[in-house]
Design a protein around this ligand. Structure first.
Ligand SMILES: Nc1nc2c([nH]c(=O)n2[C@H]2C[C@H](O)[C@@H](COP(=O)(O)OP(=O)(O)OP(=O)(O)O)O2)c(=O)[nH]1
Length: 125
């Protein structure tokens, strides 16, 4: 599951550091839900672990997106409540506006979500 964190008309993209076959590709930050954990709590926890920030989870963004791994990607809108994102587990972070949204090599599984984000950013620009 991932977070589309938007600030000032730009969304936060994160470059994966592992596994080797995905390293260098860009994604929405996030991770897996622990047993007994809600989706929202997992997203808050993962963004704290990966970015060092506190987020507030908003509405669901699209549906279930299939990943090559056989897992499912689910994404929520989110806003920063506290802290400045740092790449604690990623290679790099970038804030992307609608004009530069496709400047990074998004992982295939995240791309359909990027298309939805673009429509949103364009609409609010
Ligand atoms: N975001 C993303 N993940 C992908 C793609 N293709 C693919 O095999 N994966 C893999 C990487 C991860 O093992 C898994 C996505 O899981 P995740 O992002 O929820 O979890 P993670 O391994 O990053 O995080 P964690 O729970 O270990 O902290 O699917 C893709 O296109 N995008």
């Amino acid at each position: 599951m991932g977070a589309a964190i938007v600030r000032d008309g730009r969304v936060l993209a994160a470059q994966r550091s592992e596994p080797p076959e995905l390293a260098g590709g860009w994604e929405f930050p996030g991770g897996k839900v622990d047993p007994g954990e809600s989706d929202g709590a997992a997203l808050v926890r993962e963004c704290h672990e990966e970015l060092g920030v506190k987020i507030r989870v908003g509405a669901r963004l699209g549906g279930d997106f299939p990943l090559e791994s056989g897992q499912t990607l689910r994404v929520w809108w989110a806003e920063l409540v506290d802290g400045e994102p740092r790449p604690l587990e990623h290679l790099a972070l970038r804030w992307l506006g609608s004009a530069e949204l496709y400047d990074v090599a998004w992982l295939a599984g995240d791309l359909p979500v990027v298309d939805l984000v673009r429509a949103h950013l364009a609409g609010s620009a």
